[in-house]
Write a protein that binds this ligand. Structure first.
Ligand SMILES: Cc1cc2nc3c(=O)[nH]c(=O)nc-3n(C[C@H](O)[C@H](O)[C@H](O)COP(=O)(O)O)c2cc1C
Length: 194
């Protein structure tokens, strides 16, 4: 299926999205993952140890959900999300597959991978997709900073190295200068979930 990647917001570079997957026994999962688009190809690099890694290996499928919900980015990075965040679409062979209910767009992919040791590197082939809303969003530096802090927090969780905490705190000023209540709440949530 030839889906127009630009229309879905999947541009050249690394696109931070919420990836939804499902385990072989039907349990949905969500996690922030970067979808890499270079020279017309789409890839993901997913580290061993995550539920997303196991689910992709079990089903060979993932969906990229384009969302601007910072709290969902933080929760899905650092804990489990409530079942209500999901809705289910049908795959080509009639099985239920989870996507994020309030996403702006989702795209379902088949993940073709060869190596899968510490990191599963997969090329993504679009299967299906839907655009639901075109949201107008100016750049907010606090929004971007919270995403950076969330990434550092996931590294701190794995490696328990204080350098990540120090890097996280270096974003304090920019977040308190530029944030609205959503960004502040998401930022505080990161520290509560650590
Ligand atoms: C913005 C953002 C982007 C991320 N990108 C990736 C990625 O590309 N690959 C990866 O393995 N982990 C990535 N992570 C970390 C995972 O989201 C994190 O390990 C998460 O806990 C995995 O959840 P799961 O066990 O439910 O799959 C990212 C985290 C954030 C906040």
């Amino acid at each position: 299926m030839n889906l127009e990647l630009d229309m879905y917001g999947l541009w050249e570079g690394i696109n931070e999205v919420i990836v939804t997957t499902v385990s072989s026994d039907g349990k949905p999962n969500a996690a922030p993952i970067g979808i890499i688009r270079r020279e017309g190809k789409l890839m993901v690099r997913v580290y061993n140890g995550s539920q997303t890694y196991s689910n992709i290996k079990e089903t060979g499928l993932l969906a990229a959900n384009m969302v601007f919900d910072l709290v969902l980015f933080v929760r899905s990075a650092l804990s489990d999300v409530d079942d209500e965040v999901f809705e289910f679409i049908k795959t080509d062979n009639g099985e239920d597959f989870p996507v994020i209910a309030n996403c702006n767009a989702w795209m379902l992919f088949e993940a073709e991978y060869n190596s899968e040791d510490t990191v599963l590197v997969a090329e993504l082939h679009p299967v299906n997709g839907t655009i639901r809303q075109q949201e107008i969003r100016p750049v907010n530096r606090a929004f971007n900073a919270v995403i950076e802090v969330a990434i550092l927090a996931t590294r701190y969780k794995v490696f328990k190295n204080n350098k990540y905490l120090i890097q996280m705190e270096s974003y304090n000023n920019i977040i308190y200068k530029c944030a609205g209540s959503t960004e502040k709440n998401a930022y505080d949530l990161i520290f509560r979930l650590l």
